[in-house]
Design a protein around this ligand. Structure first.
Ligand code: UDP
Length: 333
């Protein structure tokens, strides 16, 4: 379709890869990002309009919706540090739950009824059963997860009340980067495993701390479902098409269904980089479930989406390409 798509948080990690894909698919894209964590340089595609601003800025949103007849909104803009959400919950409830209400109000006012939402496997908390299916109980164990789950509830109620159709995409562990190394993951501070293992290889940090070796898993380290950021991007494109085609509101896990331990990530990094990772084995990090693993079959059956990258070495290889690319893993500050 020709009417543009509004992408909030499009200058962030997952947002920027999605914007690049949507632009490559010939879609018109307007990015709204406040650049608190996003990077202007992460928007690399020609013809993408960039607007610096907040999802809670009603006047700005009204201007944008008047100027463009958006057919859909893809909403990435959020804070995502679990630890910070515990010490500063109001920051998370304000930014992740409250501010988007303004966006939804403006959508209702302008009759825009398709919404793709960045949700998270953190809404499940410690999973009652593995692999996680969408009907698993959602019982988040931190304010970050609750801030996301509450917006899922808001979206459900907006569907009942005024026909908002939403796709809640529950990401597992987003990882990897563009294969050409042009865009990638640049968090400050960086807490995620794969970039930190690579930083231990480059010497940017002295060593990797492994958080816990006594988990009830085959090698004692935590198991996660690492999903390539470009696969996540593809799921957003599929979700947009699904809703544009009249699909009903849907909630989907986005993962590979393959479980990978911390130790296996270290092994993959050593294989890809050809270098040894300096490692220190330490205590568990609070709030880490031993195992998180998606059953991704519902996304396949509804959206027709399936992860293309199921070998975690693909994620490590592309993250390494980003670390060695034009920005060396860090956008200009
Ligand atoms: N992890 C680790 N050392 C680090 C960062 C992470 O051992 O420096 C472990 C962490 O305990 C978890 C896994 O790696 O089991 C993935 O952590 P990450 O923060 O990347 O994602 P999460 O699953 O917490 O969202």
């Amino acid at each position: 379709s020709d009417s543009p798509i509004l992408v909030t948080g499009g200058a962030g990690y997952i947002g920027s890869h999605t914007v690049r894909l949507l632009a490559e698919q010939g879609r018109r894209v307007v990015v709204l990002d406040n650049l608190v964590f996003g990077h202007r340089e992460a928007i690399v595609s020609e013809g993408v309009e960039f607007v610096q601003g907040a999802v809670g800025d009603r006047e700005l949103l009204k201007d944008l919706f008047t100027q463009h007849q958006f057919s859909a909104v893809v909403h990435f803009a959020a804070y995502a540090y679990v630890g910070e959400s515990v010490t500063n919950p109001l920051k998370y409830y304000r930014n992740n739950t409250a501010e988007p209400l303004t966006l939804l109000e403006v959508m209702q006012e302008f009759g825009c009824k398709n919404f793709v939402f960045s949700s998270t496997c953190a809404t499940y908390g410690v999973p009652a059963s593995i692999p996680i299916v969408e009907s698993n109980p959602q019982d988040p164990i931190n304010p970050y997860g609750r801030s996301k789950l509450m917006l899922e509830w808001v979206l459900r109620d907006c569907d009942s009340a005024w026909g908002l159709k939403s796709a809640c995409l529950r990401y597992f562990n987003a990882s990897g980067a563009a294969e050409d190394g042009l865009i990638g993951e640049d968090h400050d501070p960086e807490t995620h495993l794969i970039p930190r293992v690579l930083m231990a290889v480059t010497g940017e940090i002295s060593h990797l701390d492994v958080f816990g070796t006594d988990y009830p898993t085959p090698d004692g380290t935590c198991i996660r479902d690492y999903i390539h950021v470009n696969d996540l991007a593809g799921a957003h494109a599929k979700a947009l098409d699904f809703l544009a085609g009249g699909g009903d509101s849907v909630r989907c896990n986005l993962g590979t269904g393959v479980g990978v331990s911390v130790r296996q990530i270290i092994d993959a990094v050593e294989e890809v980089t050809g270098k040894e990772v300096p490692v220190q084995y330490g205590p568990r990090r609070e709030g880490d479930p031993p195992q998180l693993l998606a059953d991704p079959s519902y996304a396949r059956d509804t959206l027709g989406w399936e992860a293309q990258h199921k070998d975690v070495r693909d994620m490590v290889r592309s993250a390494w390409a980003w670390m060695n690319g034009p920005h060396q893993g860090r956008y200009p500050r």
